[in-house]
Design a protein around this ligand. Structure first.
Ligand code: C2E
Ligand code: MG
Ligand code: MG
Ligand code: MG
Length: 281
């Protein structure tokens, strides 16, 4: 009877919410299945240097093509992992794919392409990311200088909860990049506290830059900041030839976006990266 009452009470939810709740429950169960059965993948998007042409870095982006719900956005994958108690498993899975890419680049004779991995502040706070990452690099004989950790300041980031781990990673030689810079809560002080060696200008400031004096001014300001503080600056979300030309004219040192290269499965992205390199074996 209590169960029936509970079920009745459920009816006060609209069908949409109910569907979402069911999908949530499914997604937690299905995610652990996907992690175990190779249903998850990590794709890579190229980052180019000023000159274009050769791939200067790769950003790892998690992908999950759910058998029923289709492509699940990365933020939802990370959230589902948190609800299912799988945060560390997901992080370890992604890290293995990232290390695999680093090994493949090295095997191809390329020694200076960094691979960047996204880590949310929540993951950083909850998991011993520094210990896990350093242990894996050591075990695989990979130099820390080939890895980058991108951290997104999505909410009022609790800097204290993550700064010790970021400091440990930075001390070991891993570059810390502050993602989505220029929007939200990112501040000038947090750049230092987070040990950032790189900032990635948010797509919203980059898309349409060639037609907006405001955006151009903001991007120019970030480039000046980068020069003053010795930070590498990446513009992400470049979708058109006009925006690319405007960024080149401003002297933006690193460039990323659909116009230059879309995220692709690892084998394809690695093949492209190696083919772009005159130094590759
Ligand atoms: P992000 O780190 O800022 O990554 C850039 C996002 O913009 C990616 O979306 C990428 O596919 C997309 N993008 C790249 N170039 C363009 C462009 O020219 N135009 C447009 N419209 N989009 C572009 P994606 O893969 O859906 O990832 C979204 C966000 O989810 C990422 O933003 C990152 O914050 C997070 N994320 C992705 N993979 C992971 C992961 O493995 N772990 C964690 N914690 N977060 C991840
Ligand atoms: Mg990123
Ligand atoms: Mg970003
Ligand atoms: Mg983002």
């Amino acid at each position: 009877a209590a169960k029936a009452a509970g079920r009745n009470r459920f009816r006060i939810f609209d069908e949409g919410l109910r569907g979402r709740l069911e999908m949530r429950r499914d997604s937690e169960r299905d995610l652990s299945h996907a992690l175990a059965e190779n249903g998850l993948a990590v794709w890579f998007q190229p980052i180019f240097g000023e000159g274009g042409g050769r791939v200067a870095g790769l950003e790892a982006l998690v992908r999950w093509n759910h058998p029923v719900h289709g492509w699940i956005p990365p933020g939802e994958i990370v959230a589902a992992a948190a609800r299912a108690g799988l945060t560390e498993s997901l992080l370890r899975f992604i890290l293995e794919q990232v290390c695999g890419a680093m090994l493949a680049l090295r095997a191809g004779g390329v020694a200076d392409v960094r691979v960047a991995m996204n880590v949310s502040p929540r993951e950083m706070a909850q998991v011993p990311v520094d210990e896990i990452v350093l242990e894996r690099l050591r075990a695989l004989g990979l130099p820390a200088a080939l890895l980058e950790i991108e951290i997104t300041e999505e909410t009022a980031l609790d800097i204290e909860a993550v700064q010790d781990k970021l400091a440990a990673l930075a001390r070991a030689g891993i570059r810390v990049a502050l993602d989505d810079f220029g929007i939200g809560y990112s501040s000038l002080a947090s750049l230092r506290q987070l040990r950032a060696g790189r900032v990635k200008i948010d797509r919203s400031l980059v898309t349409g830059l060639s037609a907006s004096d405001d955006k151009r001014g903001l991007v120019q300001a970030v480039l000046g900041l980068g020069r003053a503080l010795g930070l590498e600056v990446v513009a992400e979300g470049i979708e058109t030839a006009d925006d690319l030309a405007a960024l080149r004219a401003l002297g933006c040192p690193f460039l990323q976006g659909y116009h230059l290269g879309r995220p692709a499965p690892a084998d394809q992205a690695l093949r492209q990266a190696l083919a772009s390199r005159p130094d590759a074996a």
